[in-house]
Design a protein around this ligand. Structure first.
Ligand code: ARG
Length: 458
């Protein structure tokens, strides 16, 4: 297929140039947005009298037919075309002759491609938000079932204080709600129409940019044509938001992987969402979680690609910017793929509550509560802390826990101890007394679940 820019060239393009320059193998996925953008542009050209209304009508009809035909499969995209813009315009001209050639009036591929990417990515943001919301819902459901499931909370991967599995899951919901927030923010700044910027310096035609913005659902139009064609901040911001999602999924994956090990055995993944080993018959591996953890690297790489592509290019459009698409599409596709597998993996996993409870019983995770008990009896916290530390040392020597240590041992360390200490260090009580906003108690977790569900559905 011929290039759009033949006029001044005397020689045919070298095959190497064409192969290197072409972007159709990755920008063809924008065909729908390219055509819809062109339909809006042609409509505006007709409405403003820049081209005859009858010709704009024909262009709109021709473009709609091309869109239908691609969707039906009766028109195949020609991968010899330089890019999707060339293909669509070429096909239109094939069908309409001279009229087709009027479509590109008052437009450049520079503002056209800037428009197309924004339109495609707006749709992708919506899709990814839907998937993130799906995961939040699954986590809220799992949290509902595990408000009584006591487990150790960790710092430094050392057992620290008692929490519930519900509380732990809701931490991820908080992260994912922030992810939704960020995606919404990215979309807001993406929702600005670049079309009308022309190649770089606008156009002398009396275009109506606000009309095109209305037709395509953009909130506003960009206010500087140089910026309009050379801004890819929205790709960088999107890749950044996607990278943070991957950080969250990767941390969660790491925990799933640990929890699946015999050393923890806090959860058991469904057979349908785990894999085996070709040599070790006993193995059941958390491959999905490992792949999600691994694929985070790709998405971070895409962000770095975009930052690096953009950092040194002078205004306005430069061909370097064609590199934006593979990076951001890869980030989008990777995150979607990860969420598609991760969410049902979480939904179907079995929570091994007894193992969590047993782990919580060891490790002295109620030591802080034991110290708080002494504070309740009038001791300064520092003294209470020291006395409890001594008790822990005794427990370790005797191979017992604070719950099973004799009251005489308690009293020997500090006279303020009494039989009611056992009630005070009961794990269920320790958890459910933490009623302040954000804590692990049932009432607090209920609030967290309610807030997350409202955020997702509101
Ligand atoms: N394929 C190009 C891109 O993705 C389209 C814009 C071409 N513009 C140009 N001046 N060569 O950026």
């Amino acid at each position: 297929m011929a290039q759009l820019w033949k006029g001044r060239f005397k020689k045919e393009l070298a095959k190497e140039t064409n192969d290197f320059n072409a972007s159709i193998h990755f920008d063809s996925r924008m065909y729908e947005e390219d055509i819809k953008g062109s339909i809006a542009h042609a409509t505006m050209l007709g409405a403003t009298g820049i081209i005859d209304k009858s010709e704009s009508d024909k262009i709109v009809e021709g473009l709609s037919e091309i869109l239908d035909d691609i969707k039906k499969g009766t028109l195949e995209i020609d991968y010899d075309a330089e890019d999707i813009h060339t293909f669509v315009e070429g096909e239109l001209t094939k069908r309409l002759g001279q009229t087709g050639k009027r479509l590109h009036t008052a437009r450049s591929r520079n503002d056209q491609v800037a428009l197309d990417i924004r339109m495609v990515l707006k749709k992708e943001i919506d899709e990814i938000c839907g998937k993130v919301k799906g995961l939040i819902e699954v986590l809220c459901d799992k949290a509902e079932e595990n408000k009584d499931t006591i487990m150790p909370g960790y710092t430094h991967l050392q057992r620290a204080q008692p929490i519930t599995f519900a509380h732990h899951l809701m931490a991820y919901c908080s992260m994912l709600c922030r992810d939704l927030d960020r995606l919404g923010d990215v979309k807001k700044r993406m929702n600005v129409l670049p079309l009308g910027s022309g190649a770089l310096a606008g156009t002398t035609y009396p275009i109506d940019r606000n009309k095109v913005a209305d037709l395509l659902g953009f909130d506003s139009v960009c206010l500087n044509s140089l910026d309009g064609v050379s801004d890819r901040d929205f790709c960088i911001e999107f890749a950044d938001a996607l990278s943070i999602i991957m950080v969250h999924l990767s941390r969660f994956s790491e925990e799933i992987i640990m929890w699946c090990s015999w050393e923890f055995k806090f959860v058991e993944l469904d057979d349908a969402f785990s894999t085996g080993s070709s040599i070790m018959p006993q193995k059941k591996n958390p491959d999905i979680a490992e792949l999600v953890r691994g694929k985070s690297g790709r998405v971070f790489g895409d962000l770095i690609t975009l930052l690096t592509v953009m950092k040194g290019i002078p205004l306005a459009y430069n061909k370097d910017m064609q590199e934006d698409k593979e990076a951001i599409f890869d980030a989008v596709d990777t995150v979607k793929m990860c969420l598609n597998a991760f969410t049902p993996m979480i939904e179907t996993m079995t929570v091994l509550k007894d193992n969590m409870r047993n782990a919580a019983a060891k490790g002295f995770i109620n030591a802080t509560d034991c110290a708080d008990y002494l504070v309740g009896k009038g001791l300064p916290f520092r003294d209470a802390y020291k006395a409890t530390g001594e008790l822990v040392a005794i427990c370790i020597d005797k191979g017992v826990t604070l719950e099973t240590l004799d009251i005489e041992d308690y009293k020997a360390v500090c006279g303020a101890f009494d039989e009611d200490v056992y009630k005070a260090i009961n794990l269920e009580k320790c958890v459910n007394d933490r009623v302040a906003i954000g804590g692990p108690s049932k009432t607090s977790v209920d609030e967290q679940i309610k807030a997350a569900r409202e955020y997702v559905n509101g």
